[in-house]
Write a new protein. Structure first.
Length: 303
């Protein structure tokens, strides 16, 4: 264990392990991706996807190892027993830090099918890891503002087309499609700019998961709704690398997806859009109350 070492030393060691781990596993991933291009046969493609997911899960397993090495985090997790690997899921969570992704991967690795995140199109240019995301068929989205769409109406619906294309590839293997409903990490400045009605959350953006339900709702077993709470306050990635996160709280709830939300057009059906937004907002109010409760519990435990 490295936790007796100074945080700077732990952080350097963990950073080196993260880089080496990524460089080691990216090569078999790229080889499998090339084989998929040159061998476009359904049984082979299915096998290659399993191999690529196993590679990515091995990368996550090594990351989990160095996370335990630098600091034995106290995990307070409820709801893991409800998960399984045999179904496809829609997964969402509140978003506070880059640590969120590593924390979710730590707990969900080989308990849920491999998580596929919706990413901003610009992230494909991140060195090495951007190509890994591409090889693993993560959907890259380009969001357009209402003003831009008014000027260029031909761009309308491209997000849905991208989502449909990505989800088509997920039909042969169980998958967990992940979307941060807030769309960005929480900061007090963003909260104030939005005039968010929630205490601990930004306003949810319902369109992302509505597109997924339109494209592949019939394949999804349910919604995995995760609430993340950091008792020490919002951490940075360096806090994780240097072993300065002592405790992470995670609450996992399985929600049935209402049948009336499957296969509907979020863009074109205004009645459905309003009903869907109400459903998402209600879920977010409950999450906000849960975070308030977790915060109050933590304050009571402090000496």
């Amino acid at each position: 264990m490295l936790h007796p070492l100074p945080p700077l030393v732990r952080g350097i060691i963990a950073s080196v392990l993260l880089v080496l781990n990524t460089l080691f596993w990216c090569w078999p991933l790229f080889i499998f991706a090339l084989l998929k291009v040159f061998l476009p046969f359904a049984p082979i493609q299915r096998s290659l996807r399993f191999a690529m997911h196993w590679t990515a899960e091995s990368w996550i397993a090594v990351n989990s190892f160095w996370m335990r090495l630098v600091q034995p985090i106290e995990w307070d997790v409820q709801g893991l027993e409800k998960l399984d690997l045999t179904h496809s899921w829609l997964v969402t969570s509140n978003h506070q830090s880059w640590v969120d992704i590593l924390a979710l991967q730590y707990q969900f690795n080989r308990r849920l099918p491999f998580l596929k995140f919706f990413l901003k199109k610009e992230l494909i240019w991140v060195p090495v890891i951007g190509l890994c995301w591409w090889a693993l068929e993560f959907p890259f989205m380009k969001r357009y503002s209402k003003a831009y769409l008014a000027k260029y109406p031909e761009k309308q619906g491209q997000d849905l087309a991208t989502t449909r294309k990505a989800c088509e590839r997920y039909k042969t293997n169980p998958v967990s499609v992940f979307n941060f409903l807030e769309g960005t990490r929480f900061t007090q400045e963003k909260h104030d700019q939005q005039q968010s009605p929630f205490t601990h959350l930004l306003k949810p953006k319902a369109g992302g998961i509505a597109f997924v339900l339109d494209a592949m709702g019939e394949q999804l077993h349910g919604l995995v709704n995760v609430t993340l709470y950091y008792p020490q306050g919002k951490p940075t990635l360096w806090d994780l690398l240097s072993g300065q996160i002592q405790r992470i709280v995670m609450r996992i709830d399985i929600t049935e997806i209402p049948q009336q939300f499957i296969g509907k057009s979020y863009d074109q059906d205004t009645a459905y859009r309003a009903e869907f937004q109400d459903w998402v907002n209600q879920m977010w109010y409950e999450k906000d109350q849960q975070l308030t409760h977790l915060s109050a519990e933590q304050n009571q435990q402090r000496p």
